[in-house]
Design a protein around this ligand. Structure first.
Ligand code: OAD
Length: 243
């Protein structure tokens, strides 16, 4: 990336009136949270079966295994600290921060929770696996294993979206509205292969938004981007969004 491109981009980001950020696991990679895919050998889906660990069928077949895996991942999040990309984004007050991430690092970096749209739910919440609607902040100190829902007695589970499940309706409505109105979308750290989330980039582009993609690796989203920065988020975001 040459200096003039960088300078021009900083100006574009500062001038954007309705910017949207669309992030994925790569945003939290530099905080030590493993990604699902990518060239790294510790990518989660290269070591674990998503159908077992992130689907209703997998949970109903082996709930203890699934809950143990989410306990492990929740522990990683609790131990992690926000990185410089989270901090830079938290400062960008006018941006809507749409994320596929289930961690709370963006909020812990100081972003107003109302500005953060978690398309795939939150690992820091537990909820009822049935339809009673019970949900509570997860207690990292509570005994492992599954607990009956205090409202209806069904199983409780992590408040994340699994493969085959719908996205939270209100969050999705807010995200599609923000992308339809966006004048710029900054895509960060996503492989762009999980739908419907990834279609938000197409929606923003089709609505006239300038598309920036930050990812050390090439992804299918590169072809949609006006500018691609093949860099780590924590390196480039503080430069793009200076204090
Ligand atoms: P992926 O794990 O699919 O992709 C992470 C991307 O981050 C890869 O393209 C990496 O190249 C990139 N990356 C790695 N380190 C980075 C860094 N320091 N800075 C910037 N980018 C970096 O993650 P997602 O696209 O978020 O869904 O995955 C989408 C969904 O698939 C997840 O929300 C999850 C998963 O299955 C569910 O669990 C429902």
């Amino acid at each position: 990336m040459g200096e003039p491109v960088h300078r021009e981009l900083i100006g574009r980001l500062a001038a954007a009136r309705r910017p949207v950020v669309f992030s994925g696991a790569g945003l939290s990679a530099e905080s030590g949270i493993p990604t699902f895919r990518g060239r790294v050998d510790h990518a989660l889906w290269s070591r674990h079966d998503p159908q077992q660990l992130a689907s209703i069928e997998g949970f109903e077949r082996a709930p203890e295994l699934v809950l143990e895996w989410y306990d492990w991942r929740r522990g990683l999040v609790v131990e992690a600290t926000p990185n410089s990309a989270h901090v830079a984004l938290a400062r960008w007050q006018q941006a809507t921060l749409i994320t596929q991430n289930v961690d709370d690092l963006q909020e812990r970096a100081g972003a107003d929770p109302d500005r953060v749209l978690h398309l795939h739910g939150s690992i820091m919440q537990d909820r009822c696996h049935a339809t009673c609607g019970w949900s509570m902040p997860a207690d990292p100190d509570s005994p492992r294993g599954w607990h009956p829902c205090p409202e209806c007695g069904a199983r409780t589970r992590p408040g994340v979206v699994w493969f085959g499940e719908g996205l939270p309706e209100e969050t999705w409505a807010l995200a599609t509205r923000a992308c339809s109105n966006a004048d710029l979308i900054l895509v960060i750290g996503t492989s762009g292969v999980v739908q419907p989330a990834a279609s938000l980039v197409e929606l923003a582009a089709a609505s006239g938004a300038y598309v920036v993609n930050v990812n050390p690796e090439a992804t299918p989203l590169d072809s949609m981007a006006d500018t691609c920065l093949h860099s780590a988020a924590g390196e480039v975001l503080p430069e793009l969004l200076p204090d």
